[in-house]
Design a protein. Structure first.
Length: 275
């Protein structure tokens, strides 16, 4: 199954122009053609964290947005149908208490909404935790050949969350991010470590460009369960893609069964998706 991370620049808090930018990139990659939409085997497209607006703390500007009558999820559903792909989009919504939720929603190739994940670890260093509530559950869902766990940016620094997900069957981790260039070395090192320790594929999509506070260096990656980098992006708009083989993942887990030695008593109760 083919997975792709679509890294792109973001027009700060301007969804309409950013959506056009994403569609233009997909068109340049020939992903919006009728031929692609009619293929039998769907792919998976991963977009960055808060991919239409940038990493903004202004909920009035970005939460529950609509452009030309379409919500973020409705727009992503159209992308899913036109590309015959599962699509993971990053966007912001308001919780019932008025705080924000930094969300990743996954759409099916027919445009149906499959599941959403709310970022469990808001980035307190930048004040995200003052504006966005913490998600309450990890998510693992079936997408084509694989069981997929969506995650968001700062979650990368918390390996216990990844452990819970792999115990629930995760085989591919899809993580969208707005990871600043000044910590790019951490981004790359931690992604490889998460793949190796969980014997899982990691598909990671980081934005490029600048916002009012930071520069972003892309570096989207696809990593094998053995820690091999299958594809890696640079600092410009691009798609990073690779075909993932479930048989290879299962064979590696049988050959080197490290996960069998995992001691669940150290993980707490998030393993059941609750706090």
């Amino acid at each position: 199954m083919r997975f792709a991370a679509v890294q792109h620049d973001i027009d700060w808090e301007r969804p309409p122009s950013t959506r056009r930018r994403i569609l233009a990139l997909l068109a340049d990659l020939d992903l919006l053609s009728d031929r692609n939409a009619k293929t039998d085997q769907p792919g998976f497209l991963l977009l960055p964290e808060l991919c239409e607006t940038g990493f903004s703390l202004d909920l009035d500007a970005i939460a529950d947005l609509r452009d030309e009558g379409r919500s973020s999820v409705e727009w992503a559903a159209e992308v899913a149908r036109r590309t015959n792909s599962f699509v993971q989009i990053g966007h912001a919504v308001r919780a019932t208490d008025g705080r924000g939720l930094n969300r990743a929603t996954i759409l099916a190739p027919d445009g149906g909404e499959l599941e959403h994940y709310d970022k469990i670890h808001p980035f307190s260093f930048a004040g995200e935790d003052r504006i966005y509530a913490s998600g309450r559950r990890a998510v693992v869902l079936d997408c084509g050949d694989f069981k997929v766990c969506p995650l968001i940016c700062y979650d990368l620094r918390f390996p216990e969350l990844w452990r819970h997900a792999v115990r629930r069957g995760a085989e591919v981790f899809t993580i969208g991010a707005s990871w600043p260039a000044k910590r790019q070395r951490h981004w790359r090192s931690l992604l490889v470590a998460r793949a190796i320790e969980n014997q899982a594929y990691v598909v990671a999509c980081n934005r490029v460009g600048r916002d009012p506070s930071h520069e972003y260096a892309g570096g989207s990656m696809i990593i094998s369960p053995m820690g091999d980098v299958l594809a890696e992006g640079g600092v410009a708009d691009a798609m990073v893609a690779a075909t993932l083989e479930r048989d290879e993942l299962l064979a590696w887990r049988r050959t080197f069964p490290a996960l069998a030695d995992l001691q669940a008593r150290w993980l707490g109760d998030l393993d059941e998706g609750r706090r």
